[in-house]
Design a protein around this ligand. Structure first.
Ligand code: ADP
Ligand code: ADP
Ligand code: MG
Length: 685
């Protein structure tokens, strides 16, 4: 085994490789760009080397810098992760030339599969089934159009050098062919500097089923079963699972053996994935081979109980594969979801920003989380916007799906838009539960799974309001602590400390709608920073509501009417300077966002007027001071009575300018909750 390896990647895959290396006692070197100086993978590694500016072209994609970093740190091998240089044959060659082991297949194997067209020629020769199509060298538009006619519409034009769903166009009719071809070529040229394309039959309702293969340098090549990656958006994977729903033992064997033939045909070594497209009848066709570790490899790890990065390191170090084909078995079922910083309701537009709050499910027996970020880190425009992969495993698909739903309910991200709600809606969808997956799933169930920017529900409004009230109390106490009279912590906050009639109006914007929530404080409302007890009026309904803070992370136990729940509300300043409150409470994965419209709209005079002007005891207690005489005129906010209750002093203030006509109690008197303490007459406006 190696003594030290360099991880030529970033984010979750870098962290994931480091984790296995550490377990095996292998030292690790991370690399980082300017944008990643404080990134998680850098913190996790034993050493780290700076390799340049944020753009990948100037850092993570510069082979010389990576090899130089390996040389100076004495790393014997480089793990390329996925993306970046992982499928770059020249990089693999440059490593070898520098005497550094490239943890991946031989350069020739990478090259063989680097072009989808060339790969299809090789696979044809190896008798691996292909989707009907044209993958020749002649690229004249007229010939390609004729081939499309021969194949039969709809057809798919693909960039031979393609990846990540780029350079692909579905063409429904001959009339659209020329235009689509030009589009695919333009995109391919821009993304891969190569406009060579192939044309194939576009299967409708197909499934993406891929096979994990592994080969060592001693002539063994085996398959670690399949993954179903049919849940896709824009031809990119969103949810993956293993094994594939509905797979039979015979078909699994046939696909596994076809994948091994494909790998053998190119002298493969290490971890690779052979991607197939399967039609509803079960027929399957070779699509491409990814000559690297795949993003979704964890589902295979979960069902086989193996660590594929460990296998990669062992194979690269010249060891034999740890198991034989016969020793491998499938145990249970696993799902992986890719949590992306993107907005599904805006065609999956990536979303950048600081992760103000990030709560991911905890690693535990049935849940694994692979991530490269922590709360407070940023999603930048420079790299892939994947925040984390959440992987669950259980004894069968139904049980694993329950784990997945639970894990998504525990996922909270504030600061960027995410696909959390989309993932949760798919996980909850009956068709998904029934295993009815194909690559058109998201499009077909669009109305149900793509969250719309809809108005927050009543419960979210109530919870956001409670959070805002708790926040006020803390702000007020902080202010009071700095005032000359810190013993009277509440004297700056009048709305809620008046009496039963005190109220606050809080205005929220939710979707396109503005809502005012009125909070009327209960007489029993304890005047401390960690609780609120009130009656809320919103949209013509009323409910008793209370909150008890739990910890410092925005969590509180809320009671709405008779329902008790644990909620978390995270407030953050949006890019336009406004305050957003994101409400997380069981049942609404992804959270609901409310914009606070104005800070505070207390109308104390109105409150006093409406309620006839009495000051009442907010809770049972003892009067310890009466600060006014009968008939005295007072101004709004002036202390009137000091009440001791629950071991605290509570100063009750004049709700408005006016006159205290008569005090009804004296110092030393016990008063019941809700007792009128003075007769008060507000001044005329
Ligand atoms: P990439 O290199 O971008 O991963 P692939 O060839 O693997 O390109 O295709 C990506 C996705 O496009 C597949 O997972 C599948 O959803 C879809 N796709 C590819 N080929 C076909 C086809 N012939 N018919 C229907 N869908 C296809
Ligand atoms: P798969 O998603 O099946 O592993 P893809 O070919 O779609 O295969 O892409 C591999 C992954 O590599 C992508 O999901 C993406 O996260 C990552 N990736 C690709 N290109 C880059 C890049 N330039 N920078 C960062 N990550 C990349
Ligand atoms: Mg692919």
């Amino acid at each position: 085994m190696f003594g030290k390896i360099l991880v030529a990647n970033r984010g979750e895959i870098a962290c994931r490789v480091i984790r296995t290396a550490r377990r095996l006692g292998v030292r690790t070197v991370a690399v980082y760009s300017d944008a990643d100086r404080h990134a998680r993978h850098v913190a996790m590694a034993d050493e780290a080397v700076h390799i340049g500016p944020a753009p990948a072209r100037e850092s993570y994609l510069v082979a010389e810098k990576l090899i130089e970093a390996a040389r100076t740190t004495g790393a014997e091998a480089i793990h390329p992760g996925y993306g970046f240089l992982s499928e770059n044959a020249a990089f693999a060659e440059a490593c070898a030339a520098a005497g550094i082991v490239f943890i991946g297949p031989p350069p020739a194997a990478i090259r063989a599969m680097g072009s989808k067209s060339e790969a299809k020629k090789l696979m044809e020769a190896a008798r691996v089934p292909l989707v009907p199509g044209y993958h020749g060298d002649d690229q004249s538009p007229a010939l390609l159009a004729r081939e499309a006619e021969r194949i039969g519409y709809p057809v798919l034009i693909k960039a031979s050098a393609g990846g990540g769903g780029k350079g692909m166009r579905v063409v429904e009719t001959p009339a659209k062919f020329a235009e689509s071809l030009a589009g695919a070529q333009r995109e391919a040229k821009a993304a891969f500097a190569d406009d060579h394309v192939l044309v194939e039959k576009y299967l409708t309702r197909p499934r993406h089923i891929e096979v994990q293969v592994f080969a060592d340098t001693h002539g063994t090549c085996l398959y670690l079963f399949e993954r179903d990656c049919s849940i896709q958006r824009r031809h990119q994977k969103v949810i993956e699972e293993a094994p594939a729903p509905g797979m039979t033992a015979e078909r699994r064997k046939a696909m596994g053996e076809a994948a091994v033939s494909a790998a053998r045909a190119i002298g493969y070594v290490g971890a690779g994935t052979v991607e197939f497209i399967a039609d509803p009848s079960g027929a399957f066709y070779f699509m491409e081979m990814n000559t690297r570790l795949q993003v979704e490899h964890p589902v295979t790890e979960m069902i086989t109980g193996q660590d594929l990065v460990e296998w990669q390191l062992r194979v690269a170090a010249g060891e034999r594969m740890p198991l034989t084909q016969e020793e491998l078995a499938i145990k249970g079922h696993a799902f992986e979801v890719r949590l992306y910083a993107e907005d599904p309701s805006r065609n999956f537009l990536p979303s950048v920003g600081r992760l103000v709050h990030l709560a991911l499910p905890r690693d535990r027996l049935h849940v694994r989380v692979d991530t490269g970020v922590r709360s407070g880190d940023s999603v930048t425009p420079y790299y892939d916007p994947m925040i984390a992969k959440i992987i669950v495993h259980d004894q069968d698909r139904a049980a694993a799906l329950r784990r997945l739903r639970q894990a998504l309910r525990e996922t909270e991200v504030v600061g960027v838009r995410t696909n959390t709600a989309l993932l949760a809606r798919i996980a909850e969808h009956p068709a998904f539960a029934a295993g009815e997956v194909d690559t058109g799933f998201i499009e077909r169930h669009r109305a149900e799974v793509i969250p719309r920017a809809e108005a927050a529900d009543e419960r979210a409004l109530a919870l956001a309001t409670l959070a805002r009230l708790l926040e006020w109390r803390q702000e007020a106490q902080a202010r009071a602590a700095q005032s000359p009279d810190p013993a009277s912590p509440w004297h700056r906050v009048d709305g809620w400390r008046l009496n039963g009639a005190g109220h606050d109006d809080i205005r929220w914007k939710s979707g396109e709608r503005e809502v005012i929530v009125t909070a009327r404080y209960q007489p029993a409302d304890a005047l401390d920073t960690d609780t609120v007890d009130c009656r809320l009026e919103l949209d013509g309904t009323q409910m008793d509501a209370s909150a008890v803070r739990e910890g410092t992370d925005g969590s509180f136990r809320a009671t709405l009417g008779t329902t008790v729940m644990l909620a978390r509300v995270i407030a953050s300043t949006a890019s336009d300077g406004g305050r957003d409150y994101v409400v997380f409470a069981g049942g609404a994965p992804g959270g609901q966002t409310l914009r606070l419209v104005d800070q505070r709209d207390v109308s104390a005079a109105e409150a006093a007027g409406v309620h006839g002007g009495g000051l009442t005891a907010p809770m049972p207690g003892k009067i310890i001071d009466v600060k006014v005489r009968d008939g005295e005129t007072v101004s709004r906010g002036q202390p009137v009575i000091v009440l001791e209750a629950m071991k605290m002093e509570h100063t009750l203030l004049a709700p408005a300018d006016g006159t205290v006509k008569k005090t009804l109690y004296a110092a030393g008197d016990q008063v019941p909750e809700g007792a009128d303490l003075v007769e008060f007459e507000p001044a005329e406006a």
